[in-house]
Design a protein around this ligand. Structure first.
Ligand code: DAK
Length: 257
């Protein structure tokens, strides 16, 4: 499938998506979001792909929705674009999605990174929801995901002032899993993806689903949800293989069944 705004490749079992509008700091317009959706569909359907990494370039993961493309939009046009579903796509993927963030992750760019399962940040990463400065508010999850990630007080401050948060603070507050040197941020994200890709796929899928439920369910229901998935794994060949391999002191051979 030809892509014009993103670069899509597969390396070993890792699906790679690079946002590729460097002149506008990878601003996200309808075409980018459509192509992103297609790439996610492609990777979800490809059994050879076990984990996905999405990234931009050193200067910017993404500076947000394309302001030029949005400035004259009507409410009905915004509604018809159905953008929210597209931003939520990484969360809805069965396979884990890692955002490798260097430079700016702002507005819709920050929201896209937060919709991924793990963020690996370079030392130069900066996160922000600066929509207030252009007369709007976050519209693709920022007011909901940022407070859940870093707490209400700091999220409120960021959203009301539009000020950015640097990588080291983002790590301290739990927005990102790890901060690494800018020279190696992509390699680190790929290495993490390879490690996840080496685990039993059904268990990986269930673990992702269960952790994401923490944002949606009360504790009792979340615990039940987890338990049902745990029991279900005892119907997989990989559960038997994992436990037998452990006891036989050998490496397990996962089948994804
Ligand atoms: N859109 C369009 N162009 C952008 C852009 C953006 N978001 N960000 C940067 N650019 C362009 C600049 O216009 C400039 O273009 P030229 O002048 O070279 O033609 C080029 O990228 C380089 O940017 P700068 O010259 O400004 O570079 P600086 O290093 O001086 O500044 C900056 C970098 C990131 C601080 C600055 O560019 C900036 O403040 N950018 C805007 C950041 C921003 O406000 N982002 C939030 C946008 S609103 C929704 C889904 C999503 C959204 C809403 C709803 N639904 C599902 C309903 C999302 C909304 C947003 O993200």
């Amino acid at each position: 499938m030809p892509y014009e705004n993103i670069i899509v490749t597969i390396e070993d079992s890792i699906g790679l998506i690079q946002l590729n509008r460097p002149k506008v700091l990878n601003a996200l317009n309808a075409a980018v979001m459509r192509e992103l959706g297609q790439a996610f569909d492609e990777f979800e359907a490809n059994d050879a792909v076990r984990c996905i990494v999405i990234y931009g370039n050193e200067r910017a993961f993404s500076a947000g929705a394309d302001i030029d493309a949005m400035k004259t939009a009507t409410p009905v046009e915004m509604l018809q674009r159905d953008w929210v579903a597209q931003w939520d796509r990484p969360r809805r993927m069965k396979k884990p999605v890692i955002a490798a963030v260097s430079g700016y992750a702002l507005g819709g760019g920050c929201e896209l990174a937060m919709a991924c399962d793990i963020i690996i940040a370079s030392e130069t990463a900066q996160f922000g929801q600066p929509e207030i400065n252009i007369g709007v508010i976050p519209g693709a999850g920022g007011t909901q995901r940022l407070p859940r990630a870093i707490g209400k007080a700091r999220a409120m401050e960021m959203i009301l002032t539009g000020k950015f948060m640097k990588a080291d603070e983002a790590e301290r507050r739990g927005l990102v899993a790890r901060v690494v040197p800018v020279e190696s941020y992509l390699e680190e994200a790929k290495a993490l993806a390879r490690e996840i890709a080496s685990k039993p796929p059904i268990a990986v899928q269930f673990a992702k689903e269960c952790v994401n439920k923490v944002y949606e369910l009360p504790l009792g229901e979340g615990l039940e949800y987890e338990r049902r998935h745990f029991y279900f794994l005892f119907s997989t060949e990989d559960q038997r293989e994992g436990m037998e391999a452990f006891l036989a002191k050998r490496k397990p051979q996962w089948k994804g069944k």
